[in-house]
Design a protein. Structure first.
Length: 499
């Protein structure tokens, strides 16, 4: 029986086994949330888990946060519609992990940070802390909104729902999940999610191999002939984001900004007991995350080969929907439920915890109720989860017109990510005293990168988006360094940090 005929026999709506798999997968997530989220007594429990999370669990949770729906939905779409020229980005991100482990994590543990933006207060002063936290809110809300859209788009297509219904359902589920359990629930559930992402990916990869006539060898030849296996190009076109040099450089800068200055990612690393354990956890994610990302790229390539061999099978209208379309129309019972469960778990995202922790620690506690009880802060944290969950749903809804969701997410992150990274590097690599000047530097840098992105989009200038975060980081560091001493003269001693 050919692959096409086998698929025809199995295609159809969700069967009882699919519904059972999805139900068990989601219920298990809530069981984990209940077991590890009980007895949240204060914000130390809610945001850090009292630093008692095992390193392997933190590693897998970090992997789940990085993989998310953008990997499950976006990576196959990119390999299906383009090629493997994302690989240099992996190299840059691997180097970024090592840099963050030995440059950023030691100071976070030194100052016993609940929010990593507390370091900015210690190093520069409260104004820089507030600015860093505000920029994180903006960056993470938009980036997480894109991730939520990617997951809900997949689920909506498979289930036959509209986007609004899917967003509403998963926003409610995420709010309940995070608000109840705090970071311990997030971390342990993340470890479970990472395992599910890997199992589902391996199962789909094996299934596709058996559906392709000629197996893996024939698939390789077809994909290579079509240019779908192109991965690394060493030419010196510095305005091409897919070359080795530009791709690895942007991967390095985006990796440092993601892993070292983004509370959502770094919060997981701060739940383990010691600095050394945290460093080992981050470095070990190189061997847990990158193989899974390559697995989902391979799935995209195999989907391309499958549709080439079966011209009478209608592919998705858009590349971004390719895996969801295949799951909905071409997978057998059981496997369909497994992939749907993975996408659903990816949509129950955890930025709500990091957004709430940064808001309470960096803004609410110091600016409004700095003498309230821990019970009050815990209640305010859960209220913050609800508010941020609703905002994320609205942002996700606005992402519907986006075509390439993976590159769009990185472009959006680059606009403000460079400003945050530049300030952290100014504090880590120099002894320059600054505070209010940093705010000016961050705002100018963000406006500059936004202007460059728009000018490039409308073809006024020819600039690869990969340079945005590099330019933003450099601009912030230079302006912060120059403006720091000038604007420090007008500040009171208590407004200044310490070197």
């Amino acid at each position: 029986m050919t692959g096409h005929l086998a698929i025809q026999n199995f295609a159809g709506t969700l069967g009882q086994i699919d519904i059972l798999i999805v139900t068990v997968a989601v219920l298990l997530l809530f069981v984990i949330s209940y077991v590890f989220g009980r007895e949240e007594k204060d914000t130390n429990d809610f945001f850090l888990g009292r630093r008692r999370v095992p390193a392997i669990v933190a590693c897998l949770s970090f992997a789940a946060a990085e993989i998310s729906a953008l990997t499950i939905v976006g990576f196959p779409a990119m390999a299906y519609g383009e090629n493997w020229e994302y690989v240099p980005f992996f190299i840059g991100q691997a180097l970024a992990r090592v840099s963050v482990a030995f440059l950023f994590l030691p100071v976070f543990y030194k100052y016993d940070c609940t929010s990593i933006y507390e370091f900015l207060r210690h190093r520069f002063g409260p104004a820089t802390q507030y600015a860093g936290s505000a920029f994180f809110f903006l960056t993470r809300l938009i980036a997480s909104g894109v991730r939520l859209y990617a997951a809900c788009m997949g689920v909506a297509l498979i289930m036959g729902w509209n986007l609004i219904q899917t967003l509403l359902m998963f926003s409610v589920v995420s709010i309940i999940f995070i608000a109840f359990g705090g970071i311990k629930a997030v971390v342990w559930a993340g470890a479970y999610q990472a395992i599910c992402f890997f199992v589902a990916g391996v199962a789909l990869f094996i299934y596709l191999i058996y559906q392709i006539q000629g197996g893996l060898g024939e698939a390789w030849q077809i994909a290579e002939k079509a240019g779908r296996l192109s991965a690394v190009r060493f030419d010196f076109n510095l305005n091409d984001p897919t070359t080795f040099w530009v791709g690895s450089l942007s991967g390095f800068f985006i990796g440092m900004a993601s892993f070292g200055t983004d509370q959502e990612m770094t919060q997981r690393l701060l739940t383990v007991k010691t600095r050394k354990a945290s460093q080992k956890t981050l470095i070990s994610t190189i061997i847990t995350v990158i193989p899974v990302m390559c697995l989902y790229l391979a799935i995209g390539t195999l989907l391309y080969v499958f549709y080439q061999q079966n011209a009478d099978v209608t592919p998705s209208a858009e590349a971004k929907e390719v895996i969801s379309h295949f799951v909905a129309n071409s997978l057998p019972a059981g496997l369909k439920g497994l992939l749907l469960a993975a996408i659903i778990l990816a949509s129950i995202d955890s930025p709500l915890s990091s957004l709430a922790s940064s808001f309470i620690t960096d803004i609410y506690r110091p600016l409004t109720r700095n003498k309230a009880s821990e019970k009050h802060y815990l209640l305010a944290s859960r209220a913050g989860v609800v508010v941020f969950g609703l905002i994320l749903a609205l942002i996700a809804l606005a992402c519907d017109p986006v075509k390439n969701i993976l590159w769009f997410a990185f472009q959006i992150f680059s606009i403000t990510g460079g400003a945050i990274l530049g300030i952290f590097l100014l504090g880590l690599l120099t002894k320059r005293r600054a505070n209010q000047g940093n705010i000016v530097a961050m705002v100018v840098s963000t406006l500059l990168t936004l202007a460059l992105m728009l000018l490039s989009k409308y073809q006024v200038i020819d600039l690869a988006w990969s340079w945005l975060i590099v330019i933003g980081t450099g601009t912030t560091m230079i302006l912060g360094y120059l403006l720091g001493p000038i604007m420090m003269k007008s500040e009171l001693p208590e407004q200044q940090g310490r070197v």
